[in-house]
Design a protein around this ligand. Sequence first.
Ligand code: T4K
Length: 369
Amino acid sequence: MSDKQITVTSPLLPDREEFGQLLKEIWDSKWITNNGQFHKQLEKALCEYLKVPFISLFTNGTLPLLTALQALRITGEVITTPYSFVATTHSIWWNGCKPVFVDIEESTCGIDPDKIEAAITPKTTAIMPVSCYGKPCKMDEIQAIADKYGLKVIHDAAHAFGIEVNGESWLNKGDMASLSFHATKVYNTLEGGALVVHDEQTKKRIDYLKNFGFAGETEVVAPGINSKMDEVRAAYGLLNLKQVDEAIEKRHQVAIQYREALRDVKGVRYFDDMPGVRHNYSYFPIFINAEEYGMTRDELYFKLKEQGILGRRYFYPLISTFSTYRGLPSAAQENLPVATKIANEVICLPMHHELGKEDVERILKIILK
Ligand code: T4K
């Protein structure tokens, strides 16, 4: 048996020859950024693939969050989840707003809609939920609350590439949805990201905002930023789009193998597919009940690590425990019992398109003791 390290993920890479041909086109054209031909092609191709009306490409998955808050002129307090990657909360902070943490629900790891209303104050202007691990969070319930109180919804859909519920793209939920195309994601453009919006006018505004606010050669209409995707990444993204379905299917097979083996293991919980949902298998989190399993999450995490299996504790520690945020009243542990429990139970097992059956068996052997 091989003792090579198995990392939590591995990037989907386009064919180098094909990429080389596109690079030649970029070199020949000398047009390397600022809404070039590959940028335009990728926006169009992604709209079709993701079944969304308008998309604007970005350099990563953090800047679309920042830009969405700017575009919607969000101020005051933004309700969000502590169970995410720090970028979610940082984007609120960078906009000069105050994050207000609301606990999550165990079944989706998304923000618990039943706990949102109690966190709304006269200063609340928006809700920023996350479809964590690509599991659809309760967007309809969240939207109903937002409508009742006149709040905006910015969906951090960094993990939710290609997620559909009953044939409808989950990215069309909320006022805007933000995607990450980072190397560690199901679909990557090296670094990259995007914002999904509902109408042409808003798309135009986002395109201005990601280009310093320029609405023409001499006119600046807003205090924009520079977060444009360049031609090299857009070309790379076009090639990766052709093979992402195959990669997702390979991940699906890995999920099946994990689930079959873990079904009867006491103290190990995992997610099954949800009815009507097209999943992307971006992560395979398991949750360890130490008492039932006979070992703590950290004991298992380090045991796996010792044997070259580099799972990750996404998302531990909670964002609300980091120094910037822990002084906020909503960051108190008593306010976030479910998120605290889940953060102490989770390990994301290796999950990617290159994992073979033997790799998964090697991982499972350690978990099954
Ligand atoms: N919102 C949410 C909910 C997010 O999860 C994220 C990002 C964002 C917003 C912001 O999107 P971006 O601005 O990042 O586009 C990773 C990623 O850096 C981050 O994108 C991601 N979420 C987060 C959950 O995970 P790290 O620090 O854990 O990644 P790293 O470098 O330790 O890589 C993990 C493993 O992946 C490595 O052990 C091996 C493999 N890997 C990684 C890279 C970078 C490769 O094989 N090749 C590579 O090039 O944060």
